[in-house]
Design a protein around this ligand. Structure first.
Ligand code: ADP
Ligand code: MG
Length: 601
């Protein structure tokens, strides 16, 4: 007899479960999608212990009758796909008929359901995909599924679940994301009997953003809308000066389906190219609509990936739609940075790499036709003989002889003077620089602070009066996920109740700052990130806060020694061209551009 056997169903289901349900959030996703496919207008998600103990989803959708309730747990049983052709025009979120049997095979599951036209409902109890009990019950129309003890029968998987706060934070993020794809529905999320959010149906994305994130974020969002024959892009994107430190706040939807898609992600970063991109990510809520024949959703069992048939067209269209909106906004600088590689994280010093870019061409390029042309810029600089303070004796470079022969590549720019007590004017052999003194100093301090934090944190200081901070329940979830990280950085902070935390001790350099706002900002920035990324985010934000406060301001006269000192330190810093917030530090004019603008070439 041969050795090959067909896998028994329960084993096939457990294997499929490995693909479909990796952790509580993936089970929530599948159940949520089923409720949406069932046409529900209200969905309540209730989880306990971050979904590890219990996940309960209740909807007011069309429900199932007795037979369907049983059928739903058969492998590859679905009501959503009948013919092979249907695969090419999928409109529902589910279609593989794998989710329910998979989840049931790794949990204790109960299902209660009632269709509108039926008097009574059905209740089915399963354990590891074995049906234990089927009964008639009284229940409201719709479906309620309860998943207890996910992976109770697969210890190896259960062991890899993260701590409650982390698992929960992913669930919060997920349900929030779906609430953006389905504005006409009400979503409620509860954890351990507490309501984290309850957002009723709204008319537009703006209102949803307001429900979840409040006024502050709304003020930084720009509306994007564009369409061509078969492709529509609409949504909101953040202004070029409003960034997050991760992609957590990028919500991408294709035909209402939440996706993670490289084509779209790339199109977004392309659109922001030149706006301090790199480790700073814009906030994006983007809805792409294409005919179902233009997109393949069947590429991954978890169905977060899609494949556009004409991906180049989608990419360029999305990029241009966003880009057009961005460049039509008034900006603080007339020159934008044209950069070949993104700035690297500030705590990863890479001095030469950043410097090398400088050698390879002009750093700023003329942007939109409306902005100040180079010639005006040059005129502005040269019209400033007055305010230029304490000029260094600068050797004339009359006949094109190199000024700094000794180290032509590595020479730091030399100070010429100061413009309006705010900008350092400097030169090297081939460039004229205008350096923002505040931003430059910020970058220098930032690097010093990051080095300090990495070597074991800062002195702590006890607050005279402990500060209480009000958070939303959803923010509180992220707060708990971050608590240990806070402690590592010298905070003594704990939860007072389910909406309030109290700060007793802070890193000494923050003592004077409004700690409450900072805690909220940290919690928001680190939402949904893994611990490691959250730590980086916190380092970043603390250092940037500190650096901004201590840095010299504009309208402050500096000696040329001080200015030269700044430049020397700046050129040794991890990223001489970007401040910690992603703003440019220096404007540059190359010799070549100057000559062209004076019509010498
Ligand atoms: P799929 O969603 O891929 O069809 P599932 O295993 O997730 O597969 O669900 C199997 C079937 O059970 C669905 O096709 C649907 O008919 C039914 N079903 C699941 N959840 C619900 C629900 N909340 N309300 C109504 N029907 C549901
Ligand atoms: Mg499904």
């Amino acid at each position: 007899m041969g050795n090959i056997r067909v896998l028994p169903d329960h084993l096939a289901n457990q294997i499929a479960a490995g693909e479909v349900v990796e952790r509580p959030v993936s089970a929530v996703k599948e159940l949520l999608e089923n409720s949406l496919d069932a046409g529900a207008s209200e969905i309540r998600v209730q989880v306990e212990a971050g979904g590890k103990r219990r996940i309960l989803i209740q909807d007011n959708g069309r429900g199932m009758d007795h037979d369907d309730c049983l059928m739903a747990f058969e492998r590859h049983a679905t009501s959503k796909l009948t013919r092979a052709e249907d695969l090419f025009s999928i409109k529902t979120l589910g279609f593989r008929g794998e989710a329910l049997p998979s989840i049931a095979s790794v949990s204790r599951l109960s299902l209660e359901s009632r269709t509108l036209d039926s008097e009574v409902g059905v209740r089915i109890e399963l354990k590891g995909n074995k049906i234990l009990k089927v009964s008639e019950i009284a229940c409201p129309p719709g479906t309620q599924i309860t998943v207890d003890g996910l992976f109770f029968n697969i210890p190896a998987r259960r062991k890899f679940l993260r701590k409650t706060e982390t698992e929960l934070s992913w669930i919060v993020n997920l349900v929030m994301q779906y609430s953006f794809a389905h504005l006409d529905k009400r979503f409620m999320l509860q954890h351990d009997q507490k309501t984290l959010f309850d957002v009723p149906a709204v008319k537009n994305v703006k209102e949803r953003i307001y429900q979840h994130f409040g006024r502050d974020m709304m003020q930084h969002m720009l509306e994007v809308e564009a369409s061509r024959d078969w492709l529509t892009v609409r949504g909101l994107v953040s202004t070029p000066n409003y960034f997050k430190t991760s992609r957590t706040h990028q919500y991408l939807f294709v035909n209402g389906r939440l996706v993670r898609d490289k084509v779209l992600t790339h199109a977004i970063s392309d659109a922001y190219r030149g706006f301090g991109e790199g480790k700073y990510f814009p906030v994006v809520f983007l809805f792409v609509e294409v005919p179902s024949t233009e997109v393949d959703v069947n590429v991954h069992p978890a169905k977060t990936e899609v494949k556009f048939i004409q991906s180049n067209i989608v990419h360029d269209f999305v990029r241009d739609a966003i880009r057009q909106k961005l460049v039509s906004q008034p900006l603080t600088t007339d020159y934008r940075f044209r950069q070949k590689t993104p700035p690297r994280p500030a705590y990863m010093p890479a001095r030469q790499a950043a410097f090398d870019e400088r050698q390879s061409g002009p750093l700023f390029t003329e942007s939109q036709p409306k902005t100040t042309p180079y010639s005006e810029f040059v005129a502005q600089v040269s019209a400033t003989q007055g305010p230029v303070s304490e000029p260094l004796p600068v050797q004339a470079n009359g006949d094109g002889a190199p000024l700094f022969e000794s180290e032509p590549a590595l020479m730091h720019p030399q100070v010429i003077g100061q413009f309006r007590d705010s900008y350092i004017v400097a030169q090297d052999r081939d460039h004229l620089y205008l350096i923002d003194q505040h931003v430059a100093h910020e970058r220098i301090l930032y690097d010093q602070i990051v080095a300090g934090l990495e070597q074991g944190g800062f002195e702590q200081q006890r607050l005279l009066i402990p500060e209480t901070v009000e958070l939303t329940r959803a923010q509180m979830v992220d707060f708990h996920a971050l608590q240990e990280t806070f402690e590592r950085f010298g905070f003594d902070v704990g939860a007072l109740d389910d909406r309030t935390c109290v700060v007793q001790e802070v890193p000494a350099f923050l003592a004077a700052k409004k700690v409450g706002d900072l805690i909220i900002e940290l919690v928001e920035k680190a939402r949904g990130q893994r611990e490691e990324t959250a730590v980086e985010t916190i380092i970043d934000l603390l250092a940037a806060t500190r650096a901004c406060k201590a840095a010299v301001k504009i309208n402050m006269r500096l000696t040329s020694e001080k200015m030269q000192h700044f430049i020397d330190q700046l050129w040794q810093s991890s990223s001489p061209l970007f401040c910690p917030h992603g703003r440019p530090i220096a404007l540059t004019l190359s010799n070549d551009e100057i000559e062209r603008n004076f019509l010498r070439k």
